[in-house]
Design a protein around this ligand. Structure first.
Ligand SMILES: Nc1nc2c(ncn2[C@@H]2O[C@H](COP(=O)(O)OP(=O)(O)OP(=O)(O)O)[C@@H](O)[C@H]2O)c(=O)[nH]1
Ligand SMILES: Nc1nc2c(ncn2[C@@H]2O[C@H](COP(=O)(O)OP(=O)(O)OP(=O)(O)O)[C@@H](O)[C@H]2O)c(=O)[nH]1
Ligand SMILES: [Mg+2]
Ligand SMILES: [Mg+2]
Lengths: 292, 279
């Protein structure tokens, strides 16, 4: 892995007291390649390598007895720091219900994650309401209703002939009169370049004033993840990210890309298809995983 | 964008960056720029505007270097298409599109709802069957996928269908028990429809990064894959990872998904795809 490759490069340091420019560039290249192979966006990888360079040519490395290991440690530290803090907290609205809006590309895991978050909240003694605002995908409403039945969590639906903004608005009213303290709005998957559908999300946001707008991202996403995250963030000002399908074998570099380009925290991870498979985001574990 | 430039290391690096941004991956990008350099040297190319067409040509060659490009229904026998892939890639929707295409050509199409696991999976495929005007074989939730497939094979054979399309549950390639389930489905089909022409296609989301390589590898170890479907190419992701897959495992892209509507299906055109990668 990257560790061994950096050890090889820095073993040349022994007895020389100083690394050549060529050796430093070779090491940075190895770091960039490792990140690219892990699907970190190529610009984010370049910026990250530049960050590491400053420390890699510093005394902590050059005077170390194990310079290669020291560089690996630096890379891991910088990566962990960039990932943000460990957290699994949803902000609470001062005026309940707290509205959580789930957004993202097609197939990323929004509907399943809506069910997971609702179950997680229920486990904390809260009274969540799910809203089925995807009127486009065949059987999307049914899918959310099945998840609601499995967990004994109510699902608000007005069928697929009512527009999603109206559904979300009425769901909020329903939550208020029903004493639900959380409203989780599941929306249809959409492309960030579909202006009409991005506008629809803005309209839902304007009508329901969500405390959390969670961008649901597939952990196996590639270079395009930055474009998607930037666009959703620009349109809506997201409050956080959920990274799904981390039970797979993807290195998950999209996590770094999305964090770097939006600055928003990764709050949860999806680690399976079952509704219990929701975990907090662990930045150091993610860093180790990306480095491989 | 690359006309009137000096052909130097910077230019090659810029080309490499374009490939990497398109999810072509480090190794394949290097292999492609290496081929490019070689041809520039051999053909004594001095005009930088010629680099892009050469690169497109090299990519197209990698994508078509196998004998199984394209897809034709074999006349006079049952054709079976098994769609496999990771969760959310677009299998069920793609089946709806393919069903509609062949049903529209007057072919007798049958669908098998062998995803008996995910919430409302059967309802979703049933809606597509309705839209495509085809029949569907399905059982209750939690039914054994093998039982659905068994049923579907017998129905397809006795009804003399032209095409049976099998929908399977999304699964991550590192889940051994789910890969075993896929093997079992393959065996049932081989046993219950021995005269059929069977293809298994791995459905890939164009937004997937290098993990697609692992998907092709591990799905390919569980079942014999004959092709890929690349979905969601209507987005901004380029899907360049299929070049590496073609180069490594000779798996051709059969069709592409370009939207959520029933007609948003295209045959794969390698040259068009390679050209668009630079777009
Ligand atoms: N293995 C695994 N599968 C997941 C995870 N999260 C979601 N899935 C699966 O991914 C697939 C897509 O999930 P959905 O919840 O339907 O995704 P979606 O974003 O609502 O999809 P659209 O509404 O079509 O945009 C389903 O098969 C889910 O079971 C996860 O963390 N791990
Ligand atoms: N934009 C776009 N969306 C697509 C395309 N193909 C599928 N989708 C969408 O992707 C999402 C997932 O599609 P599905 O057909 O449910 O995917 P799947 O592989 O069957 O999912 P699982 O059965 O849960 O594993 C849906 O919202 C589809 O409408 C495509 O070519 N373009
Ligand atoms: Mg959904
Ligand atoms: Mg499906």
């Amino acid at each position: 892995g990257l560790g061994e490759r950096l050890q090889d490069i820095f073993s040349k340091l022994k007895g020389k007291g100083k690394l050549s420019e060529a050796d430093v560039n070779e090491a940075l290249r190895e770091i960039r390649v490792a990140l690219l192979e892990a699907d970190v966006n190529y610009k984010v990888a370049k910026d990250f390598a530049a960050k590491v360079k400053e420390r890699a040519v510093g005394s902590e490395v050059l005077q170390s007895l194990t310079p290669g290991q020291q560089v690996v440690k630096i890379v891991h530290e910088e990566l962990t720091a960039l990932m943000g803090a460990q957290q699994a907290k949803l902000q609470v609205s001062p005026k309940p219900p707290t509205v959580v809006l789930m957004v993202g590309l097609q197939g990323s895991g929004k509907t399943t994650t809506s069910g997971k978050i609702a179950l997680w909240l229920k486990g904390q003694g809260k009274r969540p309401l799910l809203a089925a605002a995807d009127i486009y995908r065949p059987a999307a409403i049914k899918q959310l209703e099945v998840l609601g039945e499995k967990t004994d969590i109510p699902v608000f639906s007005l069928g697929d002939q009512v527009n999603p903004v109206e559904i979300a608005t009425r769901a909020l009213e329903h939550a208020r009169t029903n004493g639900n303290d959380y409203l989780i709005v599941d929306t249809a998957g959409r492309l960030h370049i579909n202006e009409e559908l991005m506008q629809e999300l803005s309209a839902i946001r304007d009508k329901t004033n969500p405390t959390e707008i969670l961008l649901v991202v597939d952990a196996m996403a590639g270079q395009d993840a930055v474009n998607v995250a930037a666009a959703f963030n620009e349109q809506l000002e997201i409050s956080g990210v959920v990274l799904t399908k981390l039970d797979g074998d993807t290195r998950g570099g999209a996590a770094l890309s999305v964090k770097a380009v939006t600055g928003k925290p990764i709050k949860f991870t999806g680690t399976g298809e079952k509704l219990e498979a929701l975990e907090p985001f662990y930045p150091d574990r993610m860093a180790s995983r990306i480095l491989g | 964008i690359f006309s009137g430039r000096r052909i130097d290391a910077d230019l090659y690096e810029e080309l490499e960056d374009i490939l990497i941004q398109a999810d072509v991956g480090v190794n394949t990008s290097l292999a492609l720029t290496e081929r490019l350099r070689k041809r520039v040297k051999e053909e004594k190319i001095a005009d930088s505007s010629q680099l892009k067409p050469i690169l497109v040509q090299e990519m197209t060659e990698m994508l078509t270097a196998n004998e199984k490009n394209g897809f034709e229904l074999q006349p006079g026998r049952l054709n079976i298409l098994i769609m496999v892939g990771v969760n959310g890639a677009g299998k069920t929707t793609t089946i709806g599109k393919i069903a509609s295409r062949y049903s529209g050509e007057g072919k007798k199409v049958l669908l098998a709802a062998a995803d008996t696991f995910r919430a409302a999976a059967t309802e979703q495929l049933s809606e597509w069957a309705k839209r495509a005007g085809t029949d569907i074989i399905r059982q209750g939730e939690g039914a054994d996928p093998g039982a659905v497939v068994f049923d579907a094979c017998h129905s397809a054979v006795s009804r003399k269908c032209d095409l049976l399309i099998v929908d399977t549950a999304g699964r991550l390639q590192n889940k051994n028990n789910l890969m075993e389930e896929l093997k079992k489905i393959g065996k049932i089909i081989a046993r219950e429809a021995p005269e059929a022409s069977v293809e298994t296609w791995l459905v890939l989301d164009a937004g997937t990064g290098q993990n697609a390589i692992s998907q092709a590898k591990l799905f390919g170890e569980a079942v014999f894959l004959s092709g890929l479907v690349l979905t969601k190419l209507d987005g901004t992701a380029k899907g360049g990872v299929v070049i590496g897959i073609a180069n490594e495992s000779k798996l051709p892209v059969k069709m592409i998904g370009v939207g959520e509507g029933i007609d948003d299906l295209r045959e794969f055109d390698a040259q068009e795809f390679a050209t668009a990668l630079f777009g």
